[in-house]
Design a protein around this ligand. Sequence first.
Ligand code: MN
Length: 241
Amino acid sequence: MTTLFISDLHLDANRPEIGEQFLQFLQGEAAGADALYILGDLFESWVGDDDPNPHYAIMKAAIRKLVDAGVPVFFMHGNRDFMIGERFAEETGVTLLDDPVCIEIHGQKVLLSHGDALCIDDQQYQQVRLMTRNPKWQAMMRAKPLEERIAFAEQARKQSKEYMDSVGEDIMDVNQDAVVGTFRKRGVDILLHGHTHRPAIHDVDLKDRIAKRIVLGDWYDHGSVVRWDGNGPRLEAMPRS
Ligand code: MN
């Protein structure tokens, strides 16, 4: 049996082809899986579980259907959908995961993370991350009217795009010292994350051993998935049908 891992779909009504592929994935391959792990940035933005966004409602219902069919679905926050809360979890039936979290799969310990916490070269981003993950800041945001939150998210996305266009590519990748430190601190040999949109499997030399860092890709041009069965993990692209 296979456990599936995905991240960085950035679902948005403006990119209906991604939503369509996600729905097919849920009804097809995922329905036959052991479990599905979504490692953040499933949605392009999330202003609160009370958002009646019809595109997101379709996606939520499809996840619910998968869970009801008996496939456990685990969800970790990304830097776009970090405002997903308990109500979303109740509606969809997903289990919310901390970032990072260690799981065991086919006898192997694996550390799961969205990945943005490893991108410490980008100090400006890390400041924003610290602020927006603060429960007090989130409570302050949730208290605002929906329209205000939607406008805020729109503005934040615009600023983030301008910022990303202005800084170099490298700053938006993981920091090697942070990666090595994470492996040592957590005592694992495999780290699986998304966020950077640079799908690859990297060997990481820890001197006493070689660890593996598996990076999921985004779904902009095609799907990206890690399929993990008794033979180990496979990082694969999923063409759009
Ligand atoms: Mn991300």
